[in-house]
Design a protein around this ligand. Structure first.
Ligand code: SF4
Length: 327
């Protein structure tokens, strides 16, 4: 609670849903509309507790692997992407797949395939065990090495230091990744960069907005789930950029009131997989505790929208034809 006068909130813009998450969530909703429940989803469609629980209530069934899906059923692949081996497993079980991989993840898969075909060693900067990393590595497993932070740099071995390229997970910290690239260049001066940024526009913009406001904030609250890479990065970026404290919460109810002691300015943002309703609830919660004034801190304009997965478009067209035939 602020001491004597009302506290203020700095609200990051952009925040919340990116184009890839929006598309993936709509893909599951449309699949339920078209095929009826249950629709199976391999892994969490996006890394957000609230989104997953909401879709579960509508009839989505989340599984870890395709062998948990009944033969012939509909399965959606998550925004994080899958390796070619997963596509093969799904085909072997005659699953009807809807691929909601974010097009910006697909772009990295294509880069991995192309560099592997040109016989490069690929150094993939990313977090060990993250689904996106597993999917991208699966495109060229024999040519790709994971570099999970600075401590992995010393272990990298390449066949030809003149034929080595770095790629990255889409949701990393921009600054940390550049530091890792610098270290890799120290070992391999001929290291090539990806043809365009692998860290996606949404990750970069959300980090930029937090950087702009963090220096003025006693506390930065990031709405997001603990398994959401880009949300966790926002907490780290806030602290590095000068916020006195920063926490990740799924819901307003998780905020500890003790965090507000002596705090006059609270920064608020949300990860790329977080629906705006959760931010609105947090702003209401803060207003009730002495932080009624909200100022937006704008870092970028976002207008990107992705078309729905091809499989849904085809199915919707087929339904439209059927309907017109009976008119
Ligand atoms: S965070 Fe970036 S890569 Fe991930 S779904 Fe969103 S736009 Fe795509």
């Amino acid at each position: 609670m602020p001491a004597d006068q009302p506290g203020r909130v700095l609200l990051a813009d952009p925040r919340g849903y990116c184009a890839g998450v929006d598309r993936a969530v709509i893909a599951v909703e449309k699949a339920l509309e078209i095929h009826g429940a249950p629709v199976y989803v391999r892994k969490q469609i996006v890394h957000n507790k609230h989104v997953v629980a909401t879709l579960e209530r509508r009839g989505a069934v989340f599984v870890e692997e395709t062998d948990e899906v009944p033969e012939g059923a509909v399965v959606v692949f998550s925004a994080h992407g899958v390796s070619p081996a997963v596509h093969e497993q799904a085909a072997a079980r005659q699953l009807r797949t809807i691929d909601a991989t974010c097009p910006l993840v697909t772009k990295v898969h294509k880069e991995a395939k192309r560099f592997a075909a040109d016989d490069y060693d690929i150094l993939l900067i990313g977090h060990r065990g993250h689904e996106e990393v597993e999917g991208t590595m699966g495109e060229a497993p024999e040519r790709t090495q994971l570099v999970d932070g600075a401590e992995d740099v010393a272990n990298v071995q390449v066949r030809d230091p003149e034929k080595v390229v770095w790629l990255s997970q889409t949701t990393l910290s921009v600054d940390e990744t550049l530091a890792t690239v610098d270290q890799l260049k120290g070992r391999f001066p001929g290291l090539q960069a990806p043809p365009s940024d692998d860290i996606c526009y949404a990750t970069q913009n959300r980090q930029q907005a937090v950087k702009q406001m963090a220096g003025e904030c006693d506390l930065v609250l990031v709405v997001g789930s603990t398994n959401s890479s880009n949300s966790v990065r926002l907490v780290e970026v806030a602290l590095e950029a000068g916020a006195r404290a920063s926490y990740l919460v799924d819901y307003a109810s998780e905020v500890d009131e003790a965090w507000l002691e002596g705090v006059s300015t609270v920064g608020v943002t949300s990860g790329a997989s977080v629906p705006e309703i959760l931010v609105s609830e947090l702003l209401d919660w803060l207003a009730q505790r002495g932080y009624p004034d909200v100022e937006t801190v704008k870092a970028a304009e976002e207008r990107l929208v992705f078309a729905l997965p091809q499989e849904l478009k085809q199915r919707r067209q087929a339904l439209a034809v059927d309907t017109s035939a009976t008119d």
